[in-house]
Design a protein around this ligand. Structure first.
Ligand SMILES: [Zn+2]
Length: 225
């Protein structure tokens, strides 16, 4: 917190003038074309790994980058705030893209791997059930992974699962069918500072290098032409 206050003092004194024009423009309104749903983890620094600027992203962050399915397993919709943000992004901002962004060494995924029933935090234990199927899918294929590998495998699978949860909302699935919306999966490897991409149509995570980046750009152009 001390660093934050000092940062604001520095901003006020030294750096405000450099961004005044940008924010004066943004004060007239926002028009991001992406809803970005990421884990709350402090290391998922999209402004660093995707060079984002103020006004680029409409953001929802929560533990584990989870999305409550339209009809959850127990029939209870527990997170209205996230769905409200999604409604606003689609209806008002008319975003053309929703990104689910997971990451390596995710504490939420680690808790799933270690058994969430052991967690002494009842709300977190309950919330993590929306990611449980990712663990089941990974273990159904391979149940002898060492913990760090399993955590990362579950985290990647969880990105795909949460995209499926997004599609359980008719507003999302209809927008996709009408080619007004695309879903994208990102996965940030903290240690190696690599960003991976996958989609539900092509669910293999690949590093976004020049070739992969061009492929993604072409698919976006193709979808929205
Ligand atoms: Zn996380």
């Amino acid at each position: 917190m001390i660093k934050l206050i000092q940062g604001m003092m520095d901003f006020h004194k030294n750096r405000r003038d450099q961004v005044k024009g940008t924010f004066a423009q943004l004060a007239l309104g926002q028009s991001p074309d992406v809803l970005f749903i990421a884990c709350s983890d402090s290391r998922v620094a999209v402004n660093v790994f995707a060079s984002t600027e103020p006004g680029d992203l409409f953001v929802v962050r929560n533990v584990g980058n989870l999305v409550t399915p339209a009809t959850s397993r127990d029939g209870v919709l527990t997170d209205e705030s996230e769905v409200a943000a999604m409604e606003f992004a689609l209806t008002q901002l008319k975003v053309r893209h929703i990104i689910i962004c997971g990451h390596s060494d995710c504490g939420a995924m680690k808790a799933l791997c270690l058994g969430k029933e052991k967690l002494p935090m009842p709300y977190l234990r309950s919330w993590l059930r929306h990611g449980e199927e990712a663990l089941e899918r990974v273990r159904s294929k391979k149940n002898d992974l060492a913990l760090p590998e399993e955590v990362n495998a579950v985290s990647k699978q969880n990105v795909l699962l949460q995209m499926e949860h997004l599609k359980s909302y008719p507003q999302v699935s209809q927008a996709i069918l009408g080619e007004k919306l695309m879903l994208h999966g990102l996965w940030f490897d903290i240690q190696n500072t690599d960003v991976y991409y996958a989609s539900l149509e092509d669910p293999i995570f690949r590093v976004i290098d020049d070739a992969e980046g061009d492929r993604i750009l072409a698919s976006i152009k193709n979808n929205q032409s």
